[in-house]
Design a protein around this ligand. Structure first.
Ligand code: ATP
Ligand code: MG
Length: 749
């Protein structure tokens, strides 16, 4: 077929087109932010399926977040137009691995009914282990130590203690915690996030036939893959060795989670003949934003340089504001958001605004300020919603319904609603489970059957409450599920099940009794949860995941048709939940961590708390990674970029914040008086966003800048103010910076 004719190529530039249609086995696209890497990757998927003729179920696409996966699926779906995108093996590494383990994990001894321990679960298991062993270690640190070991592929230590004589006692403690943690997961039939990847590697190594159908693997945000993910990628591609990777070393921000930038150079060694393609045009941001971002990233002298030129005009200069307190800063952000929207005649809406934070803990002031002025927002990158106590309790009930042996979940809900079960009893139950082969559930069931052989003694009235309020209702639900699973069984949907559970627990009354002042809001969350569950079931029905798994000769394929485990896995793996909106289409301001904002873009971006200690963060020992984080945040902005910080820190010790050392040397190039939104500026913004500006008389004319100049502790004399200078080689035209002068990727290893 004539190659250049597929409509997907029409909207692309030459380099992008070459990347999309390359027939090289391995294609590597390394390019800066906003250069269309994700766009190109998506187009390549469409090309491979629609033009080259790969079956969608033979294509693996790995993205970094759940949200990115969803957006990509939508875009591919639009281009294909016939629903084939639903068959693509598309998701983040964890969810792809989970799917394969659920289907084939039995082959490597994984109990098919495994659950997932999310980061919070893992931490609390470790905290308990540390406490019991009386070792003085920070559970968070132990968790990340274990995680690093697993990511590197280090096996759990099983040598007898005597052989570890050379280790310090601290190392010994860690090893032993690791060992006990692993044993605990095994017993509770749980896999943690790292296990999902590690065990999937094990599966694919031993049973390559599970992925023998896979034709090609494509990976976005490749700079943040870790060792295990790299291995996984290779295993998925083992048959045909066809891989496309897309990434940007300057946006590598997960080193703290063992991401290895070396993977970039490794792929070139492991897959010789890789077609390296660079994309050099930035389609996302105004030149002023791009220049400033490049000035920041170029402070790192060791980096691999790439060309990046704007396709858009100069645009308004970014703004830097310094206010007295964090709450003044948040108030200013809110008033500025309102001003921008008004001045645009509502061409811009709250949906176009993002507030990007170095750490989620900074969100309090911003949330308060938005709340005060009645602006709705969504939180991305936090699990806030699922962590609310009423939602957590329901989830724990569902976990116990699914896995009675999940002692941790059961221990959390045994006294919710109150059944008079005290901490002493719970501790004794957990200990009994730890030291015998019985689960807590089994011990309780024994009691309720009148069998008094269990070690833990439970007084009769408590026993009755547990039997009536916990054991029997959950057994009932399980029985109904089993019946529904039989051919011809009555339908017992997820939502129906949750409703039955809530009724059996008298959950609404429980909330009323325990939270008399806020039970309505909490019940609203429960209703929201039911909606989420309903949406999940609907989505599941639409996509036919089962088909993605190949029929294997001699291996009867595990049926993965249970809705509940999938729902629970989905909750555990979700990195972003959108809630808090009453109407479907109500515009919302986005609050996100910088980490979770990777790959996304907004017309208006605020980056508050740009001070030393926040960014670079005090607990980080990698200054370069912190700088890359700021770079990622700044390059999310399309039209307007605001940086700000407060003079006094929030901890109230009266210490003064210092402007981030990444920004300090550049403070003269920010707009001295804040942006002025005259009509030409707004027209330029409209052009970049491809929107139409309302006629002049519909727009507020004389809305002054809302910040008091006195508030700005960081005045720049307009005389001293400078235009944003072009950054290093990167903003030059391609004539000034001939390709040959830049190192090729292949020369970097
Ligand atoms: P990041 O590094 O931040 O992930 P990216 O390189 O993946 O950025 P994309 O998100 O794919 O960049 O693209 C940035 C924006 O530019 C998107 O809005 C995209 O639609 C647009 N874009 C990409 N390529 C083109 C093109 N050839 N013509 C017009 N717009 C384009
Ligand atoms: Mg991208």
């Amino acid at each position: 077929p004539p190659l250049a004719n597929h409509p997907i190529l029409n909207s692309l530039n030459d380099a992008q087109r070459r990347a999309v249609s390359s027939d090289a086995a391995t294609v590597a696209i390394l390019a800066g932010p906003g250069s269309g890497k994700t766009h190109t990757l998506t187009s390549r998927v469409v090309w491979l399926i629609d033009q080259v003729g790969y079956r969608p179920e033979d294509v693996v696409v790995a993205t970094f977040t759940v949200k990115a996966a969803r957006e990509m699926k939508e875009r591919i779906g639009k281009a294909l137009g016939d629903g084939r995108e639903k068959k693509i093996v598309l998701g983040n590494f964890h969810s792809i691995a989970r799917r394969y383990l659920a289907a084939y994990g039995r082959k490597i001894g994984i109990n098919q009914k495994f659950g997932i321990a999310d980061d919070g679960d893992s931490r609390s298991i470790i905290a308990r282990i540390c406490k019991r062993r009386e070792v003085n270690l920070d559970p968070v640190a132990v968790r990340s130590w274990i995680s690093k070991k697993k990511a590197k592929g280090d096996e759990v230590v099983t040598k007898p203690l005597g052989q570890k004589a050379t280790k310090t006692s601290g190392e010994k403690d860690l090893d032993e915690c690791y060992e006990e943690y692993q044993a605990h997961l095994k017993k509770s039939n749980l896999l943690d996030f790292d296990d999902l990847l590690v065990r999937c590697v094990e599966l694919l190594r031993e049973f390559p036939s599970c992925v023998s159908n896979i034709q090609t693997v494509l990976i976005d945000e490749y700079q943040d893959t870790n060792g295990v993910q790299y291995e996984l990628m290779k295993l998925f591609a083992q048959r045909h060795k066809r891989i496309t990777i897309v990434g940007d070393p300057d946006q590598s921000i997960y080193g703290w989670r063992s991401a290895e930038i070396q993977n970039l150079w490794r792929i070139l060694k492991d897959f010789p003949g890789t077609d390296e393609i660079s994309l050099e045009q930035n389609y996302r941001s105004f030149d002023a934003i791009l220049r400033l971002s490049l000035l920041v990233i170029q402070q790192d002298k060791k980096r691999y340089q790439k060309a990046l030129k704007p396709v858009h005009g100069r645009g308004p200069r970014p703004v830097l504001r310094r206010l007295k307190s964090a709450s003044a800063e948040a108030d200013w952000i809110v008033s500025e958001i309102r001003r921008v929207i008004m001045m645009s005649g509502s061409m811009l809406t709250f949906n176009d605004v993002a507030i990007l934070l170095r750490s989620a803990s900074l969100s309090r002031h911003v949330e308060t300020a938005l709340g005060k002025s009645g602006i709705a927002y969504r939180m991305v990158g936090g699990k806030k919603f699922y962590e609310r106590l009423e939602i957590k309790a329901i989830l724990d009930y569902l976990r116990v319904i699914y896995q009675p042996e999940n002692n941790d979940a059961l221990a959390r809900i045994i006294n919710v609603p109150k059944r008079g079960v005290g901490d002493v009893t719970i501790k004794s139950l957990l200990e009994e489970a730890e030291s015998s082969s019985l689960s807590v559930w089994a011990v309780l069931t024994k009691h309720c059957r009148g069998d008094r052989t269990a070690k833990t003694k439970i007084p009769k009235p408590m026993e009755q409450r547990i039997a009536a309020g916990l054991i029997r209702p959950l057994d009932n639900i399980r029985r109904k599920m089993e019946e529904a699973a039989k051919p011809g069984g009555a339908v017992f949907g997820l939502v129906e099940m949750i409703e039955q559970l809530l009724a059996a627990l008298n959950f609404q009354k429980y909330l009323k009794d325990t939270h008399p002042n806020e039970h309505e809001g909490r019940w609203a969350n429960v209703e929201e949860f039911l909606t989420l569950a309903g949406d999940f079931v609907r989505d599941l029905k639409e996509s036919s995941d089962e088909e993605l798994l190949p029929e294997l000769e001699g291996l009867e394929q595990a049926k993965e048709d249970e809705v509940l485990p999938r729902f629970l896995a989905n909750v555990s793996l979700a990195s972003d939940v959108q809630t808090g909106d009453d109407g479907e289409n109500k515009p919302l301001v986005t609050i996100s961590t910088i980490h979770a904002a990777k790959g996304l873009e907004w017309p208006v971006v605020f980056v508050p708390a740009v001070y030393n200690g926040s960014i670079p963060h005090m607990r980080s020992d990698d200054n370069d990674e912190e700088r890359r984080l700021l770079y990622v945040a700044m390059t999310r902005a399309q039209s307007l970029l605001y940086l700000s910080c407060s003079l006094f820190s929030t901890n109230g010790n009266g210490e003064r914040n210092q402007l981030s050392s990444f920004v300090e040397p550049l403070h003269r190039v920010f707009a001295p008086k804040g942006p002025c939104f005259d009509r030409p500026v707004m027209l330029e913004i409209a052009k970049v966003l491809g929107r139409t500006l309302p006629p002049e008389d519909a727009v507020f004319k004389a809305l002054p800048s809302m910040f008091n100049p006195e508030d700005n502790i960081f005045p720049v004399d307009p005389e001293e103010s400078q235009e944003v200078p072009a950054a290093g080689t990167e903003a030059r035209t391609s004539d000034d910076a001939p390709r040959a002068k830049r190192p090729r990727l292949s020369n970097m290893s």
